[in-house]
Design a protein around this ligand. Sequence first.
Ligand code: SAH
Length: 243
Amino acid sequence: MKTLRFDILTIFPAMFDSPFGEGLFSRARENGLLDLRAHDLRDYTLNKHRKVDDCPFGGGAGMVMNVEPIVRAIEAVKKDRPRARTILMSASGKPFDQKKAWELSREDEILLVCGRYEGVDERVGLHFVDEEISIGDFVLSGGEIPAMVLIDAVSRLVPGVVGDEACIRDESFTADLLEYPQYTRPQEFRGQTVPEILISGDHQKIRDWQRQAAREKTARIRPDLLKNAKTSEQDRTAPGKKP
Ligand code: SAH
């Protein structure tokens, strides 16, 4: 059994208490599959006001986070965890996706740096972290929620965190397709019924339907994904379907 440990550098460490204090994450922490520590960046300042930001060189609006407290905090964490994969949450980082989540789920230690204000001194990203990751093409007010998004997506891929591994195997993006449509009781709701095939009991037909429905749904909502989608043997040989 492995433990994935996250260290987080932030000026708001308390933000991390609630999202990971309930449900499957709280259980995973109790069972030793996950370990999560948020560190206050202000503890690594050298000025008496514990100030972590300053005006940008060259002028411009807003404040920029200083390089020094961030680097001192990274070094403090790395003293105990020299191999921690160090990631700066950044709107201008590489886009996060399910493939990246799988890659990170194989690490033992991940250190996340959360910016605030107008962002962090560029030298942090250039020289003191392994990579910069963005959770999407939009700007949030801080790196904490992006870090939570990453922790959530990565943690549930750690073996044992989600009880039934099959749940993870069939999900959206796993084969560059969206997940097939799912239904549960009641069979009819306000005149809207569940596809007949799903209550036929014919497992082979159901699987074929799900594969086809996933492709149709992906073509409709995310045609961009289909360019990469792996074509299974059934898809290629099925009559009337393009490869
Ligand atoms: N001025 C910056 C945005 C700063 S937002 C720019 O134009 O790129 C403040 C902090 O929020 C950033 O330092 C980063 O840590 C976090 N952040 C904002 N949007 C993000 C995103 N899409 N992905 C990851 N982190 C983000």
